[in-house]
Write a protein of this length. Sequence first.
Length: 299
Amino acid sequence: MHVLLLGGTGSIGSAILKELITHGHRVTALARSDRSAAILSENRAIPLPGDLVCPVDWAHAAAEVDAVVHAAADFDTDMGAIDRAFLEAIVAAASGRRTPLRFLYTGGCWLFGETGQEIADETMPYDPLPSFSWMLENWDWLADAPCIAPILIHPAMVWDELGGVLHRYMEAAWNGRPIEIWGSPDVTWPLVHRRDLASAYRLALENAPAGETYCIAAETGVKTSTLADAVAERAGSKHPHSVLSVEQAVTQHGDWAAGPALVQRMSGEKIVRDLGWNPLIEDAAGLISGLNQGSPGFQ
Ligand SMILES: NC(=O)c1ccc[n+]([C@@H]2O[C@H](COP(=O)([O-])OP(=O)(O)OC[C@H]3O[C@@H](n4cnc5c(N)ncnc54)[C@H](OP(=O)(O)O)[C@@H]3O)[C@@H](O)[C@H]2O)c1
């Protein structure tokens, strides 16, 4: 397939790019700077100069591809409006296509709010953090748009060897500071390694029926205190983790900080069952602390 990728230099999108290229897809990727274009070229994508905020410059490309994978965000306060404006431009470019444009839209586990002991899946009603509710409004609009075959992906918290959602923990531990957990030590995160997440996107791109939603989690729920202690052990840090209340975290870092303070569980069972997803990396804490380096797929 020829895919237009938005966010191809990001934490999620860069893994998707590698996965798609490895599996023989052709990828045109939006680049808002020379630096992003160079990274995309190095990874065998065709850079498409343009910025999300100015879709008139690039949305025409949607007329020429088989699919769009949208994994771009700048966490700006206007992101909801920016997102809607470029969705509208893409839909306009796709109008009159002979075949619908496949469109993978990225949501996320924070759209389910605090799940507590319950395990979120595709049947659970949404309860989004207010600062992310625009994603659901924009998805609803996209799902009704003509000429679009929409698929919604909800990644769990995404990690990798350099950090991802664990970057803040790693930075603290390697710099000799205590790791700060937000919310409480009982906060749990559903997790997925970004390479496994990328394989889920590819499977959905290639095989998902239009209109489907998939939650992508390899580990249902891991305590953040377990993760923090694993990172500290690996870094040789003797500092015990500390806890910042959700109110303090939001005051210091902004509204998004309520996300990592949610007690969440989420299941990836549907994509395993329906599309044969097979996550290879399922023990983040063990792998990070160095106790389980033999796990398949972890390098
Ligand atoms: N990471 C997670 O754990 C996680 C979990 C669930 C859901 N999500 C969702 O997944 C999406 C992607 O997250 P991420 O963590 O991969 O984000 P990220 O690492 O911050 O990457 C964002 C990407 O968007 C691009 N971008 C941002 N603003 C742009 C603009 N104005 N014009 C063109 N490109 C622009 C960036 O390009 P540059 O390289 O040029 O900056 C980068 O490629 C977000 O919607 C996020 O909410 C993430």
